[in-house]
Write a protein that binds this ligand. Structure first.
Ligand code: KG4
Ligand code: ZN
Length: 329
């Protein structure tokens, strides 16, 4: 089933085309307009989607060597995300559904990240644990069976990716900060800068204290070494993810763990979770690098799976700023 995936929940305009298991095109345009603000400006995001979505879509169809008429299902992110940004994708999806006389399905963005794993050759078996680490979310979710989710814990303040972005801003690095922190950290020595590992308890996460600790460190040490601070922050941030995930693994006793979302691009994260999986004798699943950050292919995949079981969405489907995975059926 040729499925068109449309992703516009934040600052990435993503169009994906898949035919069942086969990825035909994955075109993502990352908005540079936010760089000078050090974070995403919602209205700018919506305006950029409206400007770029048609050229990005044309590009995807060229890459896939398909025509609009070939599309059998239109899958679009309905939330969670920035309202104005979501409405651009949703409106385009509805217009296409009417013009092409094809079904449309609205997809939860977090479920899209989970389905990034099902695009890889090795897929996790149910039940499995998901650590979702992105710019907007940091949460641990038990996937009991297909479409049945139980959130075990989530961040009580900043998301992990958001903390990378805010710390990058403190250190004078560009937005989005994650890749820049990772690059700096490679040449730094984490041992030279003492930063705390957050301990919020339960299966929850917290990044605001660590971010503030970096801020105070840089104020107290005017001649700080950028790479050392980046390395120390990255180690603390990842150690926190490892500690909470390990606690959850001991609690739910599943043998399959997936780590998804933009921060799962991070090579050090991949190393740390590979070590964890070996220590706990569990199977670890990570998406291909190009499917970690926001993209249309993961939305196409989640929508196609959901459509097979539940059929299309109504054309009155609305965008949602918030929607937990547990709320889905
Ligand atoms: O999944 P995503 O594209 O968007 C959301 O759904 O939020 O994740 C974006 C986040 C940003 O905060 C970005 O800094 C972070 O992923 N990120 C990274 C790396 N690449 C992207 N964080 C750490 N290391 C990276 N290499
Ligand atoms: Zn995302």
């Amino acid at each position: 089933m040729l499925t068109l995936g449309i992703e516009t929940s934040c600052d990435e305009t993503g169009i994906g085309l898949i035919d069942d298991d086969c990825i035909l095109a994955n075109v993502v345009s990352s908005q540079l307009a936010h760089t000078k603000y050090g974070g995403v400006v919602p209205e700018l995001a919506a305006r950029n989607h409206i400007r770029t979505i048609i050229p990005v879509m044309k590009n995807a169809f060229d890459v896939a060597r398909h025509r609009l008429d070939d599309v059998e299902l239109i899958s679009v992110t309905r939330g969670p995300g920035l309202m104005g940004a979501l409405l651009v994708g949703l409106s385009i999806a509805k217009s296409l559904a009417i013009a092409l006389k094809k079904p449309m399905i609205g997809v939860n963005h977090l479920e899209g990240h989970v389905y990034a794993l099902s695009l890889a050759p090795q897929k996790p078996q149910y039940p499995y644990l998901i650590l979702l680490v992105s710019g907007g979310h940091t949460e641990l979710v038990l996937v009991k069976e297909e479409f049945k989710y139980q959130t075990l814990g989530r961040t009580v303040d900043d998301a992990c990716g958001e903390a990378f972005d805010k710390v990058a801003k403190i250190l004078g690095l560009p937005y989005p900060g994650g890749p820049y922190i990772e690059k700096e950290a490679r040449t730094g020595n984490a041992e030279n800068v003492r930063l705390p590992v957050p301990k919020p308890g339960g299966f929850n996460f917290s990044y605001a204290g660590l971010k503030t600790a970096v801020l105070y460190y840089t104020k107290d040490h005017q001649d700080y070494n950028l790479s050392d601070v980046a390395a120390s922050f990255q180690e603390s941030a990842l150690e926190h993810l490892i500690q909470v995930t390990e606690r959850a693994l001991d609690h739910v006793r599943v043998e399959h763990l997936g780590v998804v979302g933009g921060v799962s691009v991070n090579k050090r994260l991949r190393e740390r979770f590979t070590e964890l999986s070996m220590r706990k004798s569990i199977h670890l699943y990570l998406p291909d690098i190009q499917h970690c950050t926001d993209n249309g292919v993961m939305i196409a995949r989640a929508g196609a799976r959901r459509f097979r079981k539940y059929g299309p969405s109504s054309l009155t489907v609305d965008a949602v700023a918030r929607e937990a995975l547990d709320a889905l059926t």
